[in-house]
Design a protein around this ligand. Structure first.
Ligand SMILES: [Zn+2]
Length: 332
């Protein structure tokens, strides 16, 4: 039986590859790379300024055999998400740039030097995405759920909070005027497999995605929003999305004490949490088991977490190469 199975596997045509997701360690920033079986790539965010993160992204891309980033998305204009854009563009050809649009001059949290670098790298030709748009990634569907503070069905400038009857346990927070609240969020669908990446979207806008109706559906894998910070990861959203696996793109000390590990861990149906870094400000009870954590110490080698969804997306394997860990899950 075993021999027959092995022969069947070896007989698979070369094009029957799966979809890969790489969470690159950018030390508490964000850089999530998706590579499809059709050989296209999408990168959401590019880490901090300087060569370190750009080189780590290139290394992850090299491991897939690809030479360019076809679709580059900036979730929002905070330095840990787009800081490395000039360095990355100097290392790797980038096809199209996407973002949520620049806020007005009243926004004080957009670094003008980075804006200049971004406009130069993109030639001033980035594509502004709105909720409901799709990114034309070959081999998977990438649907935008949130952008510039609004969700599907809303007009530009809509209020950040809604009155929803069924939310007495998780009241709205004060209005978030930072660019976090304007983060792009997307749901990627590859066959049966669904992955949610919401950048640093914060509490009130997260809640609009599930109040009064769930605009997301469910997901298999959830990138812990905002590096696992407790201003994000709204429990109502987590319950509605009901992920099987969470991947936390945290740093050793980010988010530090404002860590939402227990909230995410408590999501019904969640099996495992993978972490890019151990949170050194918490003990073992507030961290995933060591075999699911890519980097144990603050001084690290920049190890990442990798996912491979099988052809058709019916199952997926999450790997922590630095620990030799591989766990396979069925898609919902
Ligand atoms: Zn961030």
């Amino acid at each position: 039986m075993r021999t027959i199975l092995l022969c069947a596997l070896l007989a698979l045509p070369a094009q029957e590859k799966g979809l890969e997701i790489h969470w690159i360690d950018v030390e508490g920033g964000a850089a999530t790379l998706v590579v499809t079986p059709e050989g296209e790539s999408l990168l959401m965010d590019c880490g901090w300024p300087g060569k370190r993160d750009a080189e780590r992204i290139k290394k992850a891309l090299d491991s897939t055999g690809l030479k360019r980033i076809d679709h580059y998305l900036t979730s929002h204009w905070h330095t840990d998400h787009w800081g490395g854009v000039a360095e990355l563009a100097a290392l790797v050809p980038i096809g199209r740039f996407y973002d949520h649009g620049f806020p007005g001059p009243e926004a004080k949290d957009v670094d003008p030097k980075l804006k200049e670098a971004y406009l130069k790298a993109s030639g001033g030709k980035s594509i502004v995405l709105k909720p409901g748009d799709t990114v034309p990634l070959k081999g998977a569907t990438v649907k935008i759920l949130s952008a510039h503070g609004i969700v599907a069905g809303e007009e530009a400038g809509a209020a950040q909070t809604r009155k929803c009857a069924a939310n007495p346990e998780h009241p709205a927070k004060p209005e978030d005027t930072s660019d976090n609240a304007r983060s792009l969020g997307f749901l990627l669908t590859y066959g049966a497999f669904r992955f949610l990446d919401m950048g640093d979207l914060t509490w009130n806008v997260e809640h609009k995605l599930v109040c009064p109706a769930n605009l997301v559906g469910t997901a298999d894998v959830y990138q812990s929003t905002h590096h696992g910070l407790n201003q994000s990861n709204h429990p109502a959203l987590l319950r509605a999305v009901s992920p099987t696996v969470a991947v936390m793109n945290c740093g050793a000390k980010k988010p530090g004490k404002a860590w939402s590990y227990a909230t995410i861990r408590g999501t019904p149906g969640l099996k495992d949490i993978f972490q890019i870094h151990r949170n050194v400000e918490h003990g073992a009870d507030q961290n995933a088991p060591a075999e699911l954590v890519a980097n144990d110490d603050e001084a690290c080698k920049g190890e990442g977490v990798r996912l491979v969804a099988a052809p058709g997306g019916k199952s997926y394997t999450v790997e922590v190469p630095s620990k030799g860990t591989k766990r396979t899950y069925a898609s919902k």
